[in-house]
Design a protein around this ligand. Structure first.
Ligand SMILES: Nc1ncnc2c1ncn2[C@@H]1O[C@H](COP(=O)(O)OP(=O)(O)OP(=O)(O)O)[C@@H](O)[C@H]1O
Ligand SMILES: Nc1ccn([C@@H]2O[C@H](COP(=O)(O)O)[C@@H](O)[C@H]2O)c(=O)n1
Length: 228
């Protein structure tokens, strides 16, 4: 008997657009799995730093892949990220990791390796569907996904939302870093413009629940039976 292929909802967008929080909630409501692909790039950046690798040197970063034992769960209500035996779930959110992750993500060998990993995680999802979020999911990782969404919001709104999670100087620094990261990342993949067949959800004027509903509406339009 051939394996059941999960229904894939692909979500891309710039930093702070709500990809992770919105996708997680959509997955919870639909009983789907959830895959945060940025966590893998972050974990590799953490691993490179922990191994004393110069992240400016693409060949050294690529050599790190041989010792990169990565694991991530797909439960939207709580998942851990491991590199080998180390739980890096919190460590990969450190601003020091955010500051170097784009250097790791631009290395072609890294992208090839991780894209293959993401496809394997998607194919092995036990739930009926999986929401996968990142920067190149709609265009490269799962261009044939039945639902493809570009989740976006005006930059000042994204910075304000991200800064609201923080206090003082770190709030301003987070805004500057968000802008720098988008600039660096968009040289590698285009997540600012919707590719053909991709539906844009702009949350600039929407609150969190309205954004979740807007994404679910897109899914309902394609496959009504999946939405309770
Ligand atoms: N529509 C919305 N209205 C208000 N707040 C929102 C909305 N969408 C997301 N948020 C909040 O914005 C912040 C950033 O969201 P989130 O971390 O999900 O973004 P992201 O796109 O995954 O970011 P990154 O790519 O940097 O990891 C979170 O605090 C989240 O709760
Ligand atoms: N599909 C993806 C996902 C992420 N990246 C890179 O990882 C960084 C962290 O991603 P977050 O979603 O956790 O912010 C991001 O800045 C990109 O450099 C990627 O290249 N492709």
């Amino acid at each position: 008997m051939s394996p059941v292929i999960p229904f894939v909802v692909a979500v891309d967008g710039p930093a702070g657009s709500g990809k992770s929080s919105v996708s997680k909630e959509v997955a919870r409501r639909l009983g789907f799995g959830f895959l945060d692909t940025g966590a893998a790039y972050r974990a590799l950046a953490w691993h490179a730093e922990a191994s004393g690798i110069d992240t400016d040197d693409g060949a050294s970063v690529a050599s790190c892949l041989a010792s990169f034992e990565y694991r991530i769960g797909t439960d939207p209500s709580g998942y851990a990220v491991h590199v080998g035996d180390t739980d890096v779930t919190d460590a990969i959110r450190d601003p020091l990791v955010s500051a170097v992750v784009s250097r790791v993500a631009r290395v072609p060998e890294v992208r090839t390796h991780l894209i293959e990993l993401f496809r394997s995680i998607m194919a092995n999802e036990a739930k009926p569907g999986i929401v996968v979020e990142g920067r190149d999911i709609t265009t490269v990782v799962a261009p044939d996904a039945p639902v493809r969404i570009l989740l976006t919001a005006a930059e000042d709104v994204r910075i304000a939302r991200r800064s609201a999670e923080l206090v003082g100087d770190s709030a301003q620094a987070a805004g500057e870093q968000l802008h720098r990261r988008d600039q660096a990342d968009s040289k590698v993949v285009d997540f600012m413009n919707a590719a053909e067949g991709v539906t844009t959800v702009d949350s600039t004027e929407l609150d969190f629940d309205q954004t979740v509903d807007a994404v679910i509406d897109v899914i309902r339009a394609v496959q009504p039976a999946l939405v309770p």
